[in-house]
Write a protein that binds this ligand. Structure first.
Ligand code: AMP
Length: 221
């Protein structure tokens, strides 16, 4: 079973993807995470060994600056990364796509090599998105998610690691990412609207309510 979650940045896609991945035994493929791994891997190598390949560091620099500006990474690079990842995880029960596809070109390409069973649009307005982006953080060590307004410490209660915000979670970048979503990703909704398995979910509801709605739909079929 392959699932796509479509929604603006900070709409809760990542949180839902983690819950659904556990529930249905799917592989969670987040293109945002893949890109951040490339950037941090190249930075790590550079800090220990100056011999990093110039093409790799240029690519990493380009990716980081696009992410920090709230702009999309080119389709061909994303599609190549997704294909490589899918080849690596062939044995899994299915994939939970998080943040991919984000353009109609990516959606058309994905359909060529993957059967899509469910497409959930998580709908949330701009004001909520900006507020959520400013309030979310993660442990840089174990990846546990935190809501800053509900957290008293700057250290993770699970592993003691530092709780950090993403560099693109500023009010300006969150708003720009929302514009980018409306302009480039929203047309996917039109593209998929009549696809079997397409459902629109109210993403302003609580994490638990959104999760139960999605599970109810999947389990009904
Ligand atoms: P995310 O973690 O999904 O919010 O992604 C963070 C950033 O990575 C986005 O704002 C884009 O700059 C980039 N990105 C992630 N996935 C894609 C994609 N499918 N297409 C283009 N850019 C992407």
């Amino acid at each position: 079973m392959n699932i796509i979650l479509i929604g603006p940045p900070a709409s809760g896609k990542g949180t839902q993807a983690k819950l659904l991945e556990n529930k249905f035994g799917l592989f969670h493929l987040s293109t945002g995470e893949l890109l951040r791994e490339i950037v941090s891997h190249v930075n790590d190598i550079q800090s220990h060994d100056k011999s990093t390949n110039e093409t790799e560091s240029q690519l990493s620099y380009k990716i980081k600056s696009l992410i920090d500006k709230g702009q999309f990474v080119p389709d061909d690079l994303i599609i190549q990364l997704v294909k490589e990842k899918l080849a690596e995880i062939r044995s899994q029960k299915g994939v939970m796509f998080d943040g991919f596809p984000r353009t109609v070109a990516q959606a058309k390409e994905l359909e060529k090599f993957t059967k899509i069973d469910f497409i959930f649009e998580i709908a949330v307005d701009r004001q909520t998105i900006v507020a959520r982006a400013l309030d979310r953080a993660k442990c840089e060590n174990c990846g546990k998610d935190f809501i800053l307004s509900q957290t008293n410490s700057l250290l993770c209660d699970g592993c003691g690691g530092k709780i950090v915000q993403r560099t693109d979670d500023t009010a300006e970048t969150a708003s720009k990412r929302y514009d980018e979503y409306l302009q480039k990703t929203y047309p996917i909704i039109d593209y998929f609207k009549n696809h079997e398995g397409y459902y629109k979910i109210d993403g302003k509801k609580s994490v638990g309510e959104v999760y139960h709605k999605i599970c109810e739909i999947i389990e009904k079929i």
